[in-house]
Design a protein around this ligand. Sequence first.
Ligand SMILES: N[C@@H](CCC(=O)N[C@@H](CS)C(=O)NCC(=O)O)C(=O)O
Length: 365
Amino acid sequence: MNISWLKRGVLLAVLAFASLAVVACSDDDDSASASTANGDSHEHADTLQTVKDRGVLKCGISGSLPGFSQLEADGSYTGFDADYCRAVAAAVFGDSSKVEFVETTGANRFETLASGEVDVLIRNTTWTLSRDSDLKQSFAAPTFYDGQGMMVKADSPFQTLEDMDGATICVNQGTTTELNLASQFLERGLTYTALTFETTDLLQEAFLAGRCDGWTTDKSGLASRRGVYPEGPDALRILAVTMSKEPLGPLTRHGDDEWFDIVAWVTFGTFQAEELGVSSANVDAQIANPDSVAVALMLGVGYDGGDVTDMGLAVGPQFMQAVLKQVGNYGEIYEKNITPLGLEREGSLNALWTNGGLIYSPPIR
Ligand SMILES: N[C@@H](CCC(=O)N[C@@H](CS)C(=O)NCC(=O)O)C(=O)O
């Protein structure tokens, strides 16, 4: 048999198996719930009302990824993803503290969202076609453009993936990471054994015990966990290779466009605010006397004595005021949470589009 056909067959088999696993994890038992012809669940169609009635936003996060979402000793959560949960709560309630954080794993996160256990998932989750179509989730906008990396012990000989032929690799279950690992090693003609784990804590335990040669996940996840590695960050090396595209961002269930719009435009609003130079420090002054029509539209105030424009978002035209006062713009959220991980924003895809990056909001008008 032609080797490339053999490879292709193996890749298809691996991907078919892996996607079955993902679908199986996410397959909800709600088969009795009302569905449209294309399968979209309408059981949770009025998420905004549900959130308001409950008085708190339920936000799915990881909880063990410093810089993104991390449970602190005092019971609070810190991190970039946690702050985006707060931003949505600020838009809905005018109060960023009205969030109940729900920890999810890579394997159970989609089911947690599909079942209505959370209203939104903000958990270093990659936007892919199958998550849109098979899992019926809607991705608002990437908040962090990432790629998959490989981490090894600093005293190991591995410098490239090619050095890792025959290696054992630790990986999180139900992730794009598993799929990219399979395709990347296959394309390079390399073999490997995968050890899969439901949580990163379990994965780290195995890595510490020497059960795997490599640890693969999003590069941001590697930087995050390298910073708190029990033997210190210098015991680990992240290889230069980037194995995939991982656009990470918030997602909601299919079937509730009103709610999706809120999550999407809160996210875009943080980008737009940074672009316009509006931050937690000057938002009050900008509300009183906006610099430009664009600032006035974003903050839901009149410009030069003019009227407020209501663009019809279900949380009202002033939703960005509390977001900016209580949480901040994209740059502030990045600086506070991700810069300490050593992930430079300048020159990266996560710079504003005006600085050569991909952080771009469609017009708020
Ligand atoms: N972005 C990838 C990977 C997501 C993932 O599961 N990442 C791991 C490592 S960054 C994680 O969140 N671990 C934290 C935990 O165990 O909760 C995806 O969406 O599939």
